[in-house]
Design a binder for this molecule. Structure first.
Ligand SMILES: Nc1ncnc2c1ncn2[C@@H]1O[C@H](COP(=O)(O)OP(=O)(O)OP(=O)(O)O)[C@@H](O)[C@H]1O
Length: 616
């Protein structure tokens, strides 16, 4: 595409973000088209010869995001696109190239360095061990070495810092002894190599004259330091895009202040704001915006007008809440909504269990934690099983997929081709990748053409969107969790809820279950806008269950007897109608029903009547 074409279809603020001169900070609201802007900006600058592709680097936060950027650039750029990858994949490339030039072999990569210090931590309780290791990870992400910590023990934020330093030292020694490096070391070694005052450093620095970083709010000091050295301490060619309101990786040392105060490091920085949300209806933007306010006011505007405010629902138990979500999904699907345009999101992986169970119970196709139908397609499962069993490298995987393509059915080939495309791109980004990295990438990918509900965590939902989203576990007693009560952690939980709420394009349900009796305090502004809805699963506060709860239990019982989804026995709409109208005879009951199963079964009508009138 030529430079002019690349501006087609962009709003005026997006055009400004694409065309303005670097260095630039693009502050982008949720749903404001960050990926479109980043990819069009890179392509535009290459097409207008402002930057050279070979000296350009695009950095994303996840493999899935890097893959998406790379995929789009292939379509937008005539010729070879620039290097796209995550911080770690770029850093691995630098370590490999740099050490190669120095004729040294790179240390072997170890996934989890904590496994190396089992002995040094064996006396500790589980909780203390976890606290120390988490704190070591945080300090390392901030760039601290053992020597630096000895000079600045005040940086350690847990009790008995000497114990932490001793364990940190043991970990570093174990890695050195076995010639190992972990992912944090990869960033550190890459930084040292790029900072070298010799031909090696010079050659590496040539790669990064222009750098584009997406999701900049999640950058930690170690990552920023790498970029700074890689660019030869000249940040004039940098473009960063992000939203401080979506910073959710504090545990990894990331700090939205790095973005908010970037102009202090780069005085020539131009700031462009993308304040229009193209994703969500005005009602949803209105509902999520107050949560976003973290001293970084953005005044988000909605491109789409109208819409419904989020629905607030309470349930009796975690299981009832999960069933509620499943019912709603089934009902929407019944009305023609595709499964893949719906998602159920939770704060923690643990909360997804009951949801998965409820969806399985109702035979609703779903993908948990982004394990997409591509990853679960039989042809892909078979190949990945071989890859895992034989611990194949990415090159070997590409070979076996290519081989399999020759003998597969056309149906198998569709998924295998996508797999090959993904594996080939991963090999290009990171030739040292293996089956673990590919597995990881496949989990994060949304594949078109297969219909299933996404069930995932708030963290993993970042950057994605669905038409209808249901957030579970957002009650006054459960969100934020007790762990989130320190002021900085509380801020992060608030931002996390903001990320989750802004994933919905059209409708959003927010639910909770006992012991919570109302929505999280973070949603107080919604409660005053709209009285929380009562739901089929809500029980009265004390004593006898409400009519809604009784009818819901009744339909679940009948559904189980007949091995049917509950919505086919009695839909949510009918259930609410019956709770409200309370018909006292069969004739008025029949007028309120539309589900064929009930209408055609005198026996069920009689049982339902008994339930409604409370006679046993
Ligand atoms: N100029 C535009 N006109 C119409 N739709 C647009 C425009 N720009 C972006 N969109 C649409 O808005 C939606 C959100 O875009 P995108 O996912 O890139 O947002 P984002 O800024 O990355 O959001 P988030 O940070 O919340 O993940 C997408 O459906 C995209 O196609």
């Amino acid at each position: 595409m030529d430079a002019k074409e690349l501006l087609d279809g962009l709003s005026s603020e997006q055009r400004e973000a694409v065309t303005c001169e670097a260095p630039v900070l693009i502050v982008a609201a949720a749903g404001s088209g960050k990926t479109r802007v980043v990819t069009h900006r890179i392509a535009y600058q290459i097409a207008s010869r402002t930057v050279r592709s070979t000296q350009t680097v695009a950095i994303s936060f996840t493999r899935a995001a890097a893959w998406e950027v790379s995929r789009r650039l292939y379509r937008l750029i005539d010729g070879a696109p620039p290097a796209c990858g995550t911080f770690h994949s770029h850093a691995l490339g630098l370590v490999r190239d740099g050490l190669n030039m120095l004729k040294r072999s790179p240390p072997r990569l170890v996934g989890d360095p904590h496994t190396l210090i089992a002995e040094a931590t064996s006396r500790l309780t589980q909780a203390r061990r976890r606290a120390i290791l988490t704190e070591i990870d945080r300090l390392r992400a901030l760039g601290y070495s053992v020597a630096e910590l000895l000079e600045h023990p005040e940086a350690i934020s847990i009790s008995n810092p000497d114990e932490l330093v001793a364990i940190f030292t043991a970990m570093e020694r174990a890695k050195a002894r076995q010639h190992l490096m972990d992912l944090t070391d990869v960033l550190r070694i890459a930084t040292e190599l790029t900072a070298r005052d010799d031909g090696v450093g010079e050659a590496l620095r040539l790669q990064a004259r222009w750098v584009y970083i997406d999701e900049f709010q999640d950058v930690n000091p170690l990552q920023l330091r790498l970029v700074q050295h890689w660019m030869g301490n000249d940040l004039s060619g940098i473009t960063v895009v992000g939203d401080p309101n979506q910073a959710i990786y504090g545990w990894n040392g990331s700090d939205p202040d790095l973005m908010i105060h970037l102009h202090e490091r780069i005085p020539a920085l131009t700031r462009v704001t993308l304040s229009t949300n193209y994703r969500s209806t005005a009602a949803l933007v209105h509902a999520s915006s107050p949560i976003a306010d973290s001293g970084f006011v953005m005044n988000v505007k909605a491109h789409r007008q109208g819409g419904q405010a989020p629905q607030l629902l309470g349930a009796d138990s975690v299981q009832a809440e999960a069933e509620l979500a499943a019912h709603r999904i089934q009902e929407l699907h019944y009305r023609g909504v595709s499964y893949s345009s719906m998602a159920i999101l939770a704060r923690t992986i643990r909360q997804l269990g009951p949801v998965e169970e409820a969806l399985r119970h109702f035979d609703i196709p779903h993908s948990v934690l982004g394990l997409t139908p591509l990853a679960s397609a039989p042809a892909v499962i078979d190949l990945m099983r071989v890859a895992r069993a034989e611990r194949l490298s990415i090159t070997e995987i590409c070979d076996i997929v290519e081989e399999a393509l020759g003998t597969s059915t056309p149906q198998q080939q569709t998924n295998q081709r996508i797999l090959l495309e993904v594996a080939t791109e991963l090999r290009r980004q990171d030739p040292t990748a293996d089956y673990v990295a590919l597995d990881d990438l496949l989990r994060g990918l949304q594949v078109k053409g297969v219909d299933s509900v996404s069930v995932t965590t708030f963290h993993r939902a970042k950057g994605l969107q669905w038409h209808h989203v249901h957030l579970i576990g957002i009650g006054d007693r459960s969100y934020p969790s007790r762990r989130g009560l320190a002021p900085s952690a509380l801020d992060e939980e608030r931002r996390l809820l903001y990320v989750a709420m802004t994933r919905a394009t059209d409708s959003l349900v927010i639910s909770w279950s006992k012991p919570s009796t109302r929505p999280s305090a973070l949603l107080a502004h919604l409660e005053s806008d709209e009285k929380p809805a009562t739901t089929p699963s809500v029980a009265t506060s004390r004593g006898a269950p409400s009519m809604g709860t009784r009818l819901d239990r009744w339909r679940v019982k009948v559904a189980q007897e007949r091995r049917l989804p509950a919505y086919l026995v009695l839909s949510d709409i009918e259930l609410r109608r019956l709770s409200r109208e309370r018909p006292s005879d069969q004739q008025s009951l029949l007028k309120l029903l539309s589900t064929p199963l009930l209408i055609e079964s005198p026996q069920l009508i009689e049982r339902l009547m008994t339930e409604l009138t409370g006679t046993q």
